[in-house]
Design a protein around this ligand. Sequence first.
Ligand SMILES: Cc1cc2nc3c(=O)[nH]c(=O)nc-3n(C[C@H](O)[C@H](O)[C@H](O)COP(=O)(O)O)c2cc1C
Length: 407
Amino acid sequence: MNQDYRACRGSMQPSFYDPEKSYEENFDEGPFGLFADGKVIEHQGEPQTMFLGQKVFLPFGIPAGPLINGNFVKGALDKGFDLAVYKTVRTRQHPCAPWPNVLAVKVDGDLTPELGDEGVIADHSYSQPLAVANSFHVPSSDPDFWQQDMADSINHAKLGQVVIGSFQGTVNAEGNIQAYIDDFATAAKLVKEAGAKVLEANLSCPGPGDGRLLCRDLELTLRTAEKIKNEIGDTPLVVKIPRFEEQGALVKFATTLSPFIQGISAINTIQSKIINPAGRPAWPGEGRMMSGIGGAPIKWAGLEMTKRLTELRDEYGLGYTVIGVGGVITADDYCQYRSAGADAVMSATGAMWNSLLAQECSKARPPAALRGDRPAHEMTLLTSQMGLRTRHQGPHPDDLTLRYMNV
Ligand SMILES: Cc1cc2nc3c(=O)[nH]c(=O)nc-3n(C[C@H](O)[C@H](O)[C@H](O)COP(=O)(O)O)c2cc1C
């Protein structure tokens, strides 16, 4: 199937990552579509919105995943995605799962965890409401390659744009937990060395041991975050998490991690069983039955987490920045996230099939009442509950005064 055919379905453009091509072909030949047209969007004036110590024009961008190397990051920056996350890297080369790595899924309405467990049908035909499953197994090139590539893409960023470096640790064959934590921290150090001004730890990856997602093991997560923060010092650390079902678990997570992190990006995809139209597993190979779904059907969960995280921040006087992710397909979705309290918003699936999404969002304005007038508790510094506060916690003081003055 060629890209033009798929592009004709609904109002979608060809994706800048072509799901019909292998990961390697995308890596070598991409990005595609409008990301490859050479046109650069120029912002006018001065950036006004603070994002983790950096001024940006629009607190909107593409989260970890679709921007698989520096060429994709540059394509995103050129099209006005002022926040661009370089896809999650590791301390060593790691292979990609076999093709296909992205499939279209059909979900009627909201994707609940229960529906995901029942199974969702996937095929190669992309249409609205846009939703995709992905299964890559977080491939990475060797740091010798990605450090230079990431540095090039950071240098490409213009005034008011930020490239965020995403990373994770790799589980070792011995199941050595300390070695895993050390590997995570080494990945952070390498990303910082590449010049990233903001780092993002992917805590939505399977940890060592029982295969649970790392963020579901609070003690291990805390040890990992502490080690990373010691390694990167004042550089802001964002953590990427999936939806937490249990409010109690989310409260513990946020309050425990808060001294070590400056931002929370939520949500990652919703894990689901992916089957083909014949009812068989859609992905070839072992261990791929469950994979993550992004796009329109998970917007409810991303918005819900945004609200819960901002409310928690207010209630406990925490200082993290909230990056709302999940099902942002239109400029109106961007506004809904901003209205829900997100300091920044990102779109993976929606942006893949609409390279103009950032430009559309830049013309939209969230309702005025929701743009400013944040209560003073935003400036509260957490000292009580934990009795433990590092100088790294909380936004830069400039953030506190500027964050809500601008959209
Ligand atoms: C093709 C693709 C690859 C992804 N790879 C990663 C990744 O490497 N690391 C990560 O933290 N999230 C990854 N994600 C998850 C996205 O960052 C995002 O959290 C999720 O897709 C929900 O956003 P969406 O509804 O806009 O797609 C990936 C998503 C997609 C669609």
